[in-house]
Write a protein that binds this ligand. Structure first.
Ligand SMILES: Nc1ncnc2c1ncn2[C@@H]1O[C@H](COP(=O)(O)OP(=O)(O)OP(=O)(O)O)[C@@H](O)[C@H]1O
Ligand SMILES: [Mg+2]
Length: 226
């Protein structure tokens, strides 16, 4: 099957004082559609750098990134913004929900920004919260939810506009193993039932068996593909 995202000799350097950090060194990776891919590796191995590039949040120093057959690594910021808004969803380590809004309102608000009309917003927000197992928590505000529940609201919000690819950088890092596995189970269901493509980073070995593909990074290079 054709990859949904692939990279060609992807490099990302960061200036650091008088030196240059080679955070990624000629990384070639293909992300399969409708699969759960995990990027793993020690702290500093380049996971965040790589996922930010795949999600068009950053530009490579050299090398290219293709989304389907479109080269996205040299598009203008405006075009990339459009691609992110329509085709991609993002979940981060610390959940950035709006504290004064309920779970439902957080998801509904994202749909408002994406331009959905009122009726669709209600339908879709309820559908997504139901999907992540929070149908009975919709009116709760973030501080009335557990860390794992908050992260699931963040997932509902990230998938509400029907992205093709969901990126998650260490989504379970602040959760205990049990809550982390619950979050991963939601990703698994999104892939299996909704045919979503999910790319996530983690260094938690407990998560690996739920993945379809695992890329291991070491010092900016892919050293193992499972
Ligand atoms: N903006 C930046 N400026 C300078 N160096 C950076 C920058 N971002 C990342 N780096 C360096 O690039 C390397 C890879 O960093 P990255 O954040 O991708 O690692 P990581 O695998 O996500 O680590 P962690 O598990 O701690 O999140 C590290 O050596 C880091 O110090
Ligand atoms: Mg990181």
């Amino acid at each position: 099957m054709e990859p949904i995202i692939r990279t060609v000799d992807l490099c990302r350097d960061f200036p650091s004082g008088r030196e240059i950090v080679h955070a990624l060194k000629k990384v070639n990776i293909s992300i399969k559609p409708g699969a759960l891919t995990i990027l793993r590796g020690r702290s500093g191995s380049g996971k965040t750098t790589l996922i930010n590039l795949l999600g068009a949040l950053d530009y490579p120093t050299s090398g290219d990134i293709y989304l389907m057959d479109q080269k996205i690594s040299d598009l203008s910021e405006r075009k990339r913004d459009e691609i992110r808004r329509t085709g991609m969803g993002f979940v981060f380590q610390s959940v950035a929900l709006i504290g004064l809004m309920s779970a439902y309102e957080n998801v509904e608000f994202a749909l408002r920004i994406a331009g959905y009309d009122k009726k669709k917003r209600k339908e879709r927000a309820e559908e997504c919260l139901d999907f992540v197992g929070l149908a009975n928590r919709m009116t709760h505000r973030p501080h009335e939810l557990s860390g794992g529940e908050q992260q699931r609201v963040a997932i509902a919000r990230a998938i509400a506009h029907n992205p093709k690819v969901l990126f998650a950088d260490e989504p379970t890092a602040e959760l205990d193993t049990q809550m982390g596995l619950q979050v991963l189970k939601v990703f698994r269901d999104l892939v299996t039932k909704e045919k979503l493509t999910v790319v996530m980073t983690t260094h938690d070995p407990n998560m690996m068996e739920l993945a379809d593909h695992v890329y291991t990074l070491e010092d900016g290079e892919i050293v193992e593909i499972i």
